[in-house]
Design a protein around this ligand. Structure first.
Ligand code: MG
Length: 384
């Protein structure tokens, strides 16, 4: 029996993970879950899987959960650090699926407690960088990627030795604006940006997929996770999201991982590694598929990708890139800035804040808060 904690259990990744665990009750015990405020989802999941503890960050939601839960069914942990507390409980694997840098404290907490982390929260890797991998190594645990691209790279890497890897090919769907002219992108509404053609995901990551900031974050994540220079990570568009990423080896062989665009296989692999279990996702038929199409990324329409590459060269750059992006996405969803202002704003922040947010891992939570505050104040200055 493998014990599991899911952080972000009420989100899209959490739901897919629960869907997978339901198929393998003989192999996994869902011990703990954490949600932000969705106490109803938490109650349903906790009762279904017989969880021992539920972390709820929102105080009112936690109080409601305590009222609604059958007496003695499970413990309720509340408060802003509830997820970090529950992440420290010893289990075989913690699935970190909180969205944004809000997931950082719980990832640190899981690693410090010596828990293996199945990482869906790419922002932690972006903010923590190599220091996060060092923390995992110091605690004798692994970080297994859940992101479909990084799971693909992880799998392709197994075909050779690290020193035989020439480069990484990170694929992107291109999002809802893959072929949209830049004038129309400037006028794009949140509703249009939220309509992703292939993947069904949370709001933050869906907007990030429309600007390709998500691919920028993934490029940074890949550079750290697989110890590659950003110049050795190529980004190419595969509009159908069938080829999830590839590794180019020095002998001219490219090893790719393919499958239908469904998050269950990469989530499942990170939870069951080194075993592969059934996920309920149907096999890919190449004959039905017919063809695989690829395109280069238009950096003029998707400047976030170039900004992500550039920010890797400045100390603390990725953390600032992420903070500025989080503030910009929230502002776009609130209709305070336009779609193409997201990259403009990130570029401004990276320039004005260059070198200011370099820090050691111990100071990362404060530094991230400072970078978010810095970005918020730049946004206000922009509006004024
Ligand atoms: Mg991805």
């Amino acid at each position: 029996m493998r014990s599991v904690t899911i952080l972000g259990a009420s989100g899209s990744i959490g739901a897919s993970a629960a869907n997978f665990l339901r198929l393998h009750r003989d192999r996994f015990e869902l011990k703990n879950i954490a949600v932000n405020g969705d106490w109803e989802a938490a109650l349903r999941i906790a009762l279904e899987f017989g969880c021992r503890a539920v972390a709820v960050s929102d105080a009112a939601a936690a109080a409601e959960l305590r009222r609604q839960a059958p007496a003695g069914a499970f413990d309720v942990i509340d408060g802003p650090d509830a997820a970090a507390k529950i992440a420290a409980d010893k289990v075989d694997v913690v699935l970190a699926a909180v969205a944004g840098s809000a997931g950082l404290p719980s990832v640190l907490s899981a690693l410090r407690a010596g828990n293996r982390v199945a990482l869906a929260n790419k922002e932690s890797m972006v903010c923590g960088g190599r220091a996060l991998l060092d923390l995992a190594a110091a605690n004798g645990v692994e970080i297994l990627p859940v992101d479909s691209e990084h799971s693909a790279i992880f799998q392709a890497m197994l075909a050779g030795k690290r020193e035989e890897v020439a480069s990484i090919v990170l694929t992107a769907s291109g999002g809802p604006f893959r072929t949209t002219p830049i004038e129309q992108m400037r006028a794009a509404t949140p509703e249009q940006a939220l309509a992703h053609p292939n993947w069904s995901m949370g709001a933050k990551i869906t907007i990030d997929s429309a600007t390709l900031a998500n691919k920028g974050l993934e490029l940074i994540e890949a550079a750290y996770l697989f110890d590659k220079d950003e110049r050795d990570v190529e980004v190419v568009i595969n509009p159908t999201s069938i080829l999830h990423s590839a590794v180019q080896f020095r002998d001219g062989s490219m090893i790719a991982q393919l499958g239908l665009p469904d998050m269950r296989p990469p989530i499942a692999l990170a939870l069951s590694w080194p075993d592969r279990l059934e996920t309920g996702v149907k096999s890919l038929s190449l004959a039905e598929l017919g063809k695989l199409e690829f395109q280069a990324v238009d950096l003029e329409r998707f400047p976030c990708l170039g900004l992500a590459r550039a920010c890797l060269r400045a100390p603390g750059g990725p953390l600032l890139f992420n903070a500025a992006n989080e503030i910009a996405v929230a502002a776009f969803l609130e209709r305070r800035i336009g779609f193409m202002e997201i990259p403009e704003f990130i570029a401004e922040c990276l320039e004005a804040g260059a070198g200011r947010f370099a820090c050691a891992l111990d100071d990362i939570l404060e530094t991230n808060q400072a970078a978010l505050a810095f970005s918020r104040s730049r946004l206000l200055a922009r509006a004024a």
